[in-house]
Write a protein that binds this ligand. Structure first.
Ligand code: ADP
Ligand code: MG
Length: 320
């Protein structure tokens, strides 16, 4: 199978009903119709074997991880997903790998409301790149820079579950755990739930937003640096799932603060907008939880049991 057969067989969408795509896979470029009056939002992410994932990671997991992270970036800006371009570099044409990867990729594309509009295919060490574009009404994109003293810090969903799902994969001695909790935690690891519906609902309310990919502390610290502010977090308020607490009671809090790949949103909200937020979120089943407040003093401090806050260092993965 040559490159063109690979593209035709695995990376050409069956049909395209998107109004925004005039020409998709197959020509030199995609030809696109941006939604009238909207701003475009764009992000690109690469996964390299041996750097972002272990050799022999299942192809289906890679597809969900790649798109989950990319769509989560759109969600963090409050953007509605539109288009995906995909670059794949493969050491060889391995049909069973391509079969699994592309099947799950197309499922993820559908689930996340994207259209695959093109890409690139070449030979080399395994590497996957997703470039996504979304749309927002003008001026409505949520930035990292807008947090102000007194704003409340919220997170969506629950934190630490994906790290627990990873542990269930890796650990030899597994905790006693009912089957529902086990599959819940594994699902949170294997199938990220980027919160773009939530992003759309809060984009005209939140003062700032970031998605949590490297852990709450690490990502919140980026938002705080951009906003030139600090935060005090209430550790007792962290949203921990019942499954996480049941499986890993001794790690739950650490993983909520610093476990990776939650793909939840962390956003800040002026206090007077809390009632609007609450009424609006009734449209969704995703919980949002206030976990802290923005303060003047830079950095992150945490408190528990209503004691005096103490400083904490954000630990997160860095490439260089
Ligand atoms: P070019 O030589 O002009 O770069 P390519 O041969 O790389 O064109 O690609 C041919 C068509 O297939 C283009 O429309 C391109 O966007 C699309 N394409 C290539 N690789 C992929 C891929 N992995 N996923 C989706 N579309 C792809
Ligand atoms: Mg090309």
């Amino acid at each position: 199978m040559d490159e063109f057969a690979v593209i035709a067989r695995y990376f050409t969408p069956v049909k395209n009903h998107a109004q925004s795509v005039l020409v998709g896979v197959g020509d030199d470029c995609a030809l696109l119709n941006p939604p009238a009056g909207q701003q475009l939002v764009s992000s690109i992410d690469t996964l390299v074997e041996g750097v972002h994932f272990l050799p022999d990671t299942a192809a289906d997991r890679l597809a969900w991880r790649l798109l989950g992270a990319a769509v989560s970036d759109l969600a963090a800006m409050g953007a509605t997903p539109l288009w995906l371009s995909l670059s794949v570099t493969l050491p060889a044409v391995n049909e069973s790998w391509l079969e699994a990867f592309s099947r799950e990729l197309h499922r993820a594309v559908d689930k996340y409301a994207l259209v695959l509009i093109g890409g690139d295919t070449s030979r080399g060490p395994l590497s996957l790149t997703a470039q996504v574009t979304g749309a927002v009404p003008p001026g409505r994109a949520m930035l990292r820079t807008g947090a102000r003293v007194g704003d409340i810090v919220y997170v969506t969903g629950s934190l630490g579950d994906s790290r627990a799902g990873l542990a269930l994969q890796q650990q030899e001695e597994l905790p006693a755990l009912d089957e529902d909790s086990r599959s819940y935690l594994l699902g949170r690891f294997f199938a990220p739930t980027p919160r773009w519906h939530e992003g759309e609902l809060i984009r005209d309310l939140a003062s700032s937003c970031i998605d949590i990919s490297d852990g709450l502390l690490a990502d919140l610290s980026h938002l705080l640096a951009a906003s030139e502010a600090g935060a005090v977090l209430n550790l007792d308020a962290l949203p921990l799932s019942a499954a996480l607490q049941q499986a890993f009671p001794e790690h739950a809090r650490d993983w909520a603060l610093a476990g990776g790949e939650d793909f939840e949103l962390c956003f800040t909200l002026p206090e007077h907008k809390v009632p609007v937020l609450e009424s609006r979120l009734q449209l969704l089943s995703t919980p949002v939880t206030p976990v802290g407040v923005i303060v003047d003093q830079p950095g992150i401090r945490v408190r528990e049991n209503n004691q005096v806050p103490y400083s904490i260092e954000p630990a997160g993965y860095r490439h260089f």
